[in-house]
Design a protein around this ligand. Sequence first.
Ligand code: 4AD
Ligand code: MG
Length: 437
Amino acid sequence: MLQDRFVEVQDLPRHAADPDTEVTIAGWVETTRVHARVAFLVVRDGTGLVQCVLPRGEVDEATWELGTGDLPQESTVEVRGRPKADARAPGGVELLITGLTLVHRAETYPIQPKEHGVEFLMDHRHLWLRSSQQRAGLRVRAEVMQGIHDFFHDRGFTRIDTPILTGAIGESAGTLFSTEYFDETAYLAQTGQLYVEAACPAFRKVYCFGPTFRAEKSKTRRHLTEFWMVEPEVAFADSDDNMRLQEEMVSYVVARALDRCAEELKVLERDTSGLEKVAPPFPRMSYTEAVEFLQSKGSEIEWGRDLGGADETVLAAESELPTFIYNYPKAAKAFYMKENPDDPRTVLCNDLLAPEGYGEIIGGSQREDDFHRLQTRIREEGLPEEPYQWYLDLRRYGSFPHSGFGLGIERTVAWITGRPHVREMIPFPRLMNRLNP
Ligand code: 4AD
Ligand code: MG
């Protein structure tokens, strides 16, 4: 079996205790350095990097020739050797080579240890993934996603997988991808929310977690056309409960990344001092207060307009913690949000703005649970009514107060890792001008 034939680099320290053990690793050559009497091969196997030492005279001549000859970057090798503890080596272990097998001699690798333009790197995304900072960022992403699953699983939420092909518009008509669906038109899901709402009376606390699609004609560092979103939905939770769940989840996820991705954050040169302070409660500001605050800073924003990216940056700069902005004007938000009984010009909703200029990472709300008000909102938005009949059924058969939110994974990971652009936070980004690789 494969596991028996090859040891993983991350497990080498365990094998280094016994000076007579020989192990074989399999991986890709990152660099080679050849001197007169000794050569060094740095090999990456996907679990770590190890420096392999090739001493002339202690291996047969063919092995020396292979290790010091034409061995381009990213060639695939199997290396047999004795692991030796060495505090100076990356990972704390060196491998003293006793045998070397070339599995594949790579062609000249396009990504060289020098500055490349980002379009070049994006064109080579399938190879760029192997670079240390990309590996680190995507590991943090994987840990964040697993952390989110664990957070909800531990709290008794049931995961509900929602469809990607849908018949009803989830968020707004302006950013829909549509596709032929036999004799109909299908939309790629902008959100799983309407479906998790339907699952609430069956399971009470639910969440979906999957790719969502927005035909956003925005070339900003915060926008992807395909991004991943986690969307919990909770029966009998109001807007305040909803914000409490958000600050708990975000704090949990940040702590988890700090705890389990310390190495990766170091590779990314992330200053983690701000992240270490992330804990509930987060500051809260109403939309109306936010507008007044922005005006006091010289902004020309008027009450009723949605906040833009620049406004969000100004608001978030007030705190090292993420900041809630709640109860936006109805006209600035989606049709499903519950009217605020204390001020019917607004809805019971919130955005959560990340610190350090990363912008909105969460949008959430209490849902309109009144049949007539929801139907009126659907009509006011000019949405076709037929595809929403099932959604209206939820207000016909046992309507209930409920709330939920959506957290965008790439924006959250960009913030945690301190990287400027969401495009590096997903393995294969889809952008307005990019469908390949
Ligand atoms: O605020 P949004 O549009 O909310 C919803 O979709 C609701 N249905 C969520 C819910 O209540 N269940 O999107 C939620 C989050 C944003 O805060 C942002 O983090 C992310 O999704 N997001 C994007 N991320 C990357 N690229 C885009 N184009 C994004 N659009 C939204
Ligand atoms: Mg939003």
